[in-house]
Design a protein around this ligand. Structure first.
Ligand SMILES: *Cc1c(COP(=O)(O)O)cnc(C)c1O
Ligand SMILES: [Zn+2]
Length: 391
């Protein structure tokens, strides 16, 4: 067995054994003992086999995998006339149509390997559906804590998997930390957004991009960011590729947010190293509407250390980007369109010209069709006899 420990992303305190978060309140990161020689390769059998040299040693005895990860990297031709080479990492091609499945798969395996019979999470969106799917598939008792104000249309895509759903009245931000405490007392594995094993899941996005670009490393990776767990994972993946000598460069991370909820962008732009709660968040990009991201401070640190960039886009820009992406064949949910919308900002405001850029399409546009009311549908009508004239 390779040794593993956890280290706090902020205070550096080290932990052995099972921990979800540092006593200082900040997120922990998993450190796996290095192998002498590291190999990664694209194996159809799944992410665990493909990247086992750089992942925790988890066994999938009960065939929990549903083919998460190993998603397409799609080239956007003529993205920009002046030298931008743009690819979209299409995470909509996952069993529950978002990147969350990578982390949920590993988290549920981790819970099983540690002997848990109960799993849960705090979420009203993709995370809830993903944990519900993997938890129920594994035969674990699965509990999803949702906020009191969750609209019915968001309940049914979770409920279909059959988990226990609890509406909780009270401060929804506090529920994240409260659930981790309660999990300890009640023996429930709370697989919340940015726990260390989920970050390991997001690492595999970086490994795949590296393989798909045949060993080239992007200059920039654009990640629509809410809790910060995904961007932390992608950065960690590239950092590990460099540390083991497979690459010699770490891309600059671009944290993309909606202007209606941009706590990371706001803190970073004003040079703060602490996130302040974003008052009255409101955006159509619900999947990235976390006003007080639990990995926010850790993300700020990554951005500072690695010449990162933050961008925030308005609601019109999000809807326009969603249509533009669809014109290239890719239908992402509004949160994912935020990454695409950021590109024109980067070009105009930051002046990126020649660059290799990957934007992460984090989830499918079909998941929440209610938001499509915001998009114009142009439909013409005719009777069958006049059809010939119209065509
Ligand atoms: C969860 C989610 C995000 C944000 O990821 P974080 O790890 O919370 O930063 C972005 N887009 C979609 C579609 C998501 O489901
Ligand atoms: Zn700490």
């Amino acid at each position: 067995m390779r040794e593993t420990k956890m280290i706090c992303t902020m205070c550096g305190k080290e932990y052995l054994g099972e921990h979800f978060r540092c006593s200082c309140g900040e997120p922990l990161e998993l450190i796996i003992e290095k192998k002498k020689s590291v190999n990664i390769s694209w194996k159809k059998s799944g992410i665990l086999e493909s990247f086992s040299d750089l992942l925790p040693e988890l066994k999938d005895c009960g065939s929990l995998s549903m083919g998460e990860g190993l998603t397409p990297l799609t080239k956007i031709e003529h993205a920009m006339k002046d030298g931008l080479e743009l690819f979209i990492k299409n995470e909509a091609i996952n069993p529950t149509w978002s990147f969350k499945d990578r982390g949920s798969y590993l988290a549920v395996l981790d819970a099983i390997n540690r002997g848990y019979r109960n799993i849960g999470t705090v979420s009203t969106g993709n995370m809830a559906a993903s944990i519900a799917a993997y938890g129920m598939r594994a035969g674990l008792k699965t509990t999803i804590l949702v906020s009191d104000s969750i609209p019915e249309e968001k309940i049914s895509p979770i409920a279909i998997y059959g988990p226990r759903i609890l509406r909780v009245n009270g401060d929804y931000d506090r529920l994240y930390f409260r659930s981790l405490e309660l999990g300890k007392n009640k023996n429930i594995y709370f697989a919340n957004y940015d726990i260390p094993i989920r970050v390991e899941g997001s690492k595999t996005i970086a490994f795949e991009i590296f393989l798909q670009l045949e060993g080239r490393v992007p200059d920039f990776v654009i990640v629509p960011t809410s809790s910060g767990g995904n961007v932390r994972g992608i950065e960690k993946g590239f950092r590990e590729l460099e540390a083991c000598g497979l690459s010699n460069y770490i891309p600059r991370m671009i944290v993309a947010q909606a202007l209606g909820c941009c706590p990371v962008h706001r803190a970073f732009s004003s040079g703060d190293n602490q996130i302040k709660r974003f008052a009255r968040p409101h955006t159509i990009a619900h999947a990235i509407e976390n006003p007080f991201p639990p990995s926010g401070n850790a993300v700020l640190k990554i951005l500072r250390e690695n010449q990162g960039i933050t961008v925030a886009v308005n609601e019109d820009e999000i809807l326009t980007a969603q249509r533009q992406l669809a014109k290239r064949g890719l239908f992402g949910q509004p949160a994912s369109a935020v990454a695409f919308a950021s590109i024109s900002k980067l070009k105009n405001e930051i002046g990126i010209k020649r660059a290799l850029v990957v934007a992460v399409l984090t989830g499918s546009g079909l998941k929440y069709p209610a938001v499509l009311k915001e998009q114009p549908s142009i439909v013409e009508a005719t009777d069958i006899d006049s059809l010939q004239d119209l065509l």
